[in-house]
Design a protein around this ligand. Structure first.
Ligand SMILES: NC(=O)c1ccc[n+]([C@@H]2O[C@H](COP(=O)([O-])OP(=O)(O)OC[C@H]3O[C@@H](n4cnc5c(N)ncnc54)[C@H](O)[C@@H]3O)[C@@H](O)[C@H]2O)c1
Length: 336
């Protein structure tokens, strides 16, 4: 069985990807320093898959630990999720973000080269597009100046990957530009575990419905969108996980020194109010929300053109927005 190292594999997207890799006949080996998750996720993965995955609790900036993993396992590919992702915090502590997000990629690439590990899938983000002038966003849409150090780390990492592949380092790399991941595993055993106040809409919705937050504020309802609230492309985390499996399989068939970028989204834009109403419909809960002023710096609307990933990787999303809301709500309820 092909062994794939998943950095940040106990996190939100990484844990779901571990499940999907296992279903596709690949064995995940997980490294996570638990800076934004909990070790019990590894138990939950065992409950879902029936397999205890190898887990290394530690920092993927540690070359020593990576060498230990290479000594213990014949790793054939890497999915690099590990990163800090709080946009607001990144403006306060930029070096923390550059050190972890950019630094870990550098360590990992050196390590892959030295151990002749060929394939890498990298977690990028639609944040690299900023507010695009033309919608939907294709991979050819120009990237814009990053609005935060976090966003900049994604752009810098993409650039590093391009240069590394150009240097004929003997690797094959795909950057996946995620739109807005939502939902949870349908078993409700794993999902997003936001620490503190959630930064994303859907955990805020489910926490408000669960009574953890008093109310949700919708930032602006007077934008040029169907109902005036901001538009995003929400993608179920299981579909996103599947995109990683397809990306790895595809990489395995390419020549060395290969690099490609793919958008991963539903291909649809949904307004904040549509998401709230979809949640209310599937949960039977009336959500306590208010309309507030616009939030400075918010992208007004963005959604993905997914033609490239559909045609090249044969990937299509299987889950609807309602599925995402149902699974997010079941996950929230399972947290008690
Ligand atoms: N969730 C989103 O909205 C979103 C959107 C676009 C891109 N991304 C990117 O996808 C990736 C995964 O995001 P997520 O939502 O699953 O976040 P997450 O915080 O749930 O997962 C990241 C995991 O990495 C771990 N980690 C962080 N630094 C580490 C290090 N140096 N060594 C070992 N482990 C480390 C954390 O403990 C966490 O479990 C990140 O790179 C993120 O920037 C996320």
């Amino acid at each position: 069985m092909k062994k794939i190292l998943i950095t940040g594999g106990a996190g939100y997207i990484g844990s779901h990807t571990a499940v999907e890799l296992w279903s596709a006949g690949m064995e995940p080996v997980i490294i996570d320093d638990l800076s934004n998750t909990q070790e019990k996720v590894i138990d939950r993965l065992e409950e879902i898959t029936g397999k205890r995955f190898s887990f290394y609790k530690g920092d993927c900036n540690s070359r020593e630990l990576l060498d230990q993993i290479a000594a213990d396992h014949q790793i054939e590919g890497v999915i690099h999720f590990a990163a800090f992702k709080a946009v607001g915090e990144s403006t306060q502590k930029p070096l923390k973000y550059y050190r972890n997000n950019v630094g870990s990629l550098l360590v990992l690439l050196d390590w892959m080269k030295d151990h002749r590990i060929l394939d890498l899938v990298f977690s990028s983000s639609c944040t690299v597009y900023g507010q695009p002038e033309v919608l939907p966003v294709t991979e050819a849409t120009p990237r814009q100046e990053a609005e935060s150090p976090y966003g900049n780390t994604k752009k810098i990492c993409e650039d590093i990957l391009v240069d590394f592949v150009k240097s004929k380092a003997g690797v094959r790399v795909i950057s996946l530009r995620y739109f807005n991941p939502v939902g949870a595993h349908p078993s409700a055993k794993i999902g997003e575990l936001p620490l503190g106040v959630p930064q994303n809409l859907v955990p805020f919705i489910t926490q408000t419905a669960a009574g953890i937050r008093e109310k949700l504020t919708v930032f602006g309802n007077d934008y040029d969108t169907p109902d005036g609230s901001c538009v995003r492309d929400y993608i179920h985390v299981m579909d996103l996980a599947d995109a990683h499996v397809k990306a790895l399989s595809f990489l395995g068939k390419q020549e060395l020194d290969f690099y490609e970028v793919f958008n991963v989204g539903s291909g649809r834009g949904n307004t904040v109010l549509e998401v709230i109403h979809a949640f209310e419909k599937v949960s039977g809960q009336k959500l306590n929300y208010v309309i507030g002023p616009r939030r400075p710096g918010d992208v007004v609307k963005t959604w993905a053109d997914t033609t490239k990933i559909n045609q090249v990787l044969g990937w299509y999303p299987q889950y609807s927005l309602e599925d995402s809301m149902r699974d997010s709500w079941n996950w929230q309820k399972s947290l008690g």
